[in-house]
Design a protein around this ligand. Structure first.
Ligand code: ADP
Ligand code: GN1
Ligand code: MG
Length: 375
């Protein structure tokens, strides 16, 4: 039985475990995440509007300890919910709502050792796969900045490290180099230029980890996966509703969150664009995000963090590039792919962006200076 069939037969078993309302009338794959399998479920209720849920099969090849992962998600969402209530905001729409199983657990392990969880589907919300306006991007920056600020006093000892060394770029570099040396799939010849590009930048990989070790950058509770499609907007007001995909909330650097948003959202091209002429760093989007992030963090970023923002953008883009490239070389076992050489195409866009950031370095620094002066 292939993986798809296995999932199909287990999904019914999983669905039956959760404390849902109504009668299930539709289920469909949903979203564009690269990691989990996501489904939208619709339940009809007599005399009432239908109720919808998000069901996810967690990727336990990647998240080795689903129990700890869900402990994090429950603790973080409860913490955010309490804060929203205390401050008189709409807690239902400000964070994810975990649906428990009928036994009161936050996830279900099926008979094939797949791990499932359920959330309330956020109605009246939209998820952007691409920046549509500088305002949206600015608002997403405010939201990620606020998210970090809200979690500043989260009891960090409660947080499990769901993927160790997630943004440890030197460690990512070592994995990448191993993938090149092993060349398991015989694909290295297809990516000679990209491999050379990545190897030539080894010296820079440790800039942020060294500053962290030296105590020059503070460790914070960060989201660590701040792509635009990990935010939901209110579909009528276009205001940000909530930050989702909380699987990688862990101690990290604010520069990780800043950088990852820039690599995805401030690019003029898609993450998997094949025509590299379409891919560059949009400086006006960069500026919009800097402004929003500083606003969202509301004075909590240190001088050094602000100064290093361009480096955060460059290193997160580079790191994502070597992760895509390593996965391509290892046979596409980590990121979901939808076509041949998909991970190679993704690596290429990231490296094109890195090269463009290098060209625009003084302009990026100038924008930081300008925004800092306006604080
Ligand atoms: P992945 O880790 O695979 O990226 P996500 O948790 O980000 O998984 O979910 C994938 C997509 O599903 C999101 O980008 C978003 O479009 C949608 N999604 C996830 N949770 C919800 C929710 N509670 N309400 C509405 N849409 C959601
Ligand atoms: C993955 O889960 P998703 O699709 O939001 C990945 C991120 C990468 C991103 C690249 C847990 O994010 O680290 O930056 O793809 N998440 C994990 O698009 O590895
Ligand atoms: Mg996601």
């Amino acid at each position: 039985m292939n993986m798809e069939n296995t999932v199909n037969s287990q999904i019914e078993e999983a669905i039956a475990q959760f404390a849902t309302e109504g009668r299930l009338t539709a289920k469909q794959p949903y979203g564009n995440g690269h990691i989990n399998d996501t489904f939208l479920l619709t339940y009809e209720r007599p005399g009432e509007t239908a109720k919808r849920y998000i069901l996810q099969r967690m990727n336990h090849e990647i998240f080795k300890n689903p129990h700890q992962l869900m402990e994090n998600v429950v603790n973080v969402t409860e913490y955010l919910r309490k804060k929203a209530i205390e401050q008189g905001r709409d807690a239902e729409r400000e964070t994810l709502n975990v649906i428990m199983t009928k036994e009161g657990k936050s996830y279900y392990e099926d008979s094939n050792h797949n791990y499932w969880r359920m959330f309330q589907f956020m109605e009246g919300a939209l998820c952007l796969e691409k920046v549509e306006s500088a305002k949206d991007f600015h608002d997403s920056a405010v939201a990620f900045g606020c998210f970090q600020r809200k979690l500043a006093d989260f009891p960090v000892e409660k947080l499990h490290e769901t993927i160790p060394d997630f943004h440890n770029t030197p460690s990512r570099f070592r994995n990448f180099k191993r993938a090149v040396e092993e060349d398991k799939m015989g694909r290295a010849a297809l990516a000679e230029k990209e491999i050379a590009f990545a190897l030539a930048r080894e010296n820079e990989t440790s800039v942020l980890t060294e500053l962290l070790q030296a105590g020059e950058l503070p460790l914070r509770v960060t989201h660590n996966d701040t792509k635009l499609n990990n935010i939901l907007f209110d579909s009528s007001t276009k205001e940000v509703l909530c930050v989702i995909d909380l699987d990688t909330v862990m101690p990290g650097l604010s520069l990780y969150d800043f950088g990852d948003s820039i690599r995805f959202g401030a690019s003029t091209g898609d993450e998997d664009e094949k025509d590299l002429d379409k891919v560059e760093l949009d400086l006006s989007l960069f500026e919009a995000y800097v402004k929003g992030f500083l606003e969202g963090c509301s004075g909590s970023l240190t001088e050094k963090e602000i100064e290093m923002l361009p480096m955060g953008a460059k290193l997160m883009t580079y790191e994502c590039g070597i992760r895509f490239l390593a996965d391509f070389l290892e046979g596409d076992t980590y990121f979901k792919i939808h076509r041949e050489n998909h991970n190679l195409d993704r690596a290429r866009t990231q490296f094109k962006l890195v090269a463009d950031m290098e060209k625009k370095w003084s302009q990026m620094a100038g924008i930081i200076e300008k925004c800092k002066a306006q604080l």
